[in-house]
Design a protein around this ligand. Structure first.
Ligand SMILES: [Zn+2]
Length: 172
């Protein structure tokens, strides 16, 4: 996939947004060619320096940016020269999706292995054991709690799991 296409892919946009947040997005979606300082980026993108630094650091922690330090010979100050490296995005995404798949599968097991009771007034759900301890009465409003089907929820989860598996090329 061409680099520009990769950056525009909704799944990549979403991934970057989750990493750096809305304030960091201008930094994340316009990686410059070659090295750049945080101050140059802040000026170019008209952003607060702190927001730029925060975004850069998050990208660094996720192996999407590197830096090298250069000491200014006159002032003695250190300058950080940043390089964006988005080659790891596909691999990072793959790991994210793997984690999500594991979490979904655990959650599905939990849904399948438990019985649930619902207070329809408060929309609070209880596990069978909890509901029994409460004498099948909602602790908030005192209404009786009713056995609840979670088939729709499990079906929706299975559909998501199936989609994720096929995206990841995992066999069921
Ligand atoms: Zn209630």
């Amino acid at each position: 996939m061409a680099f520009e296409d990769l950056l525009e892919a909704p799944v990549v946009q979403k991934y970057l947004h989750e990493l750096v947040g809305p304030k960091g997005m201008p930094v994340a979606v316009s990686p410059p060619d070659g090295e750049v300082t945080d101050e140059e980026l802040a000026e170019r993108l008209d952003l607060e320096l702190n927001d730029v630094r925060r975004a850069l650091f998050i990208l660094y922690e996720n192996d999407l940016a590197t830096y090298r330090r250069v000491r200014d010979e006159d002032s003695g100050w250190l300058t950080y020269l940043w390089t964006f490296d988005y080659d790891n995005i596909p691999e990072n995404l793959h790991e994210e999706m793997d984690r999500l798949l594991d979490a979904l599968e655990d959650r599905r097991e939990y849904e399948l292995e438990n019985e649930f009771y619902l207070c329809e007034v408060c929309s609070i759900r209880f596990e069978f054991g909890e509901a029994m301890d409460l004498g099948f009465e909602c602790p908030e409003c005192g209404s009786p709690v009713e056995a609840m089907e979670n088939t729709d929820l499990v079906d929706a989860m299975e559909e998501r799991i199936g989609n994720l598996r096929s995206d990841l090329g995992v066999k069921a």
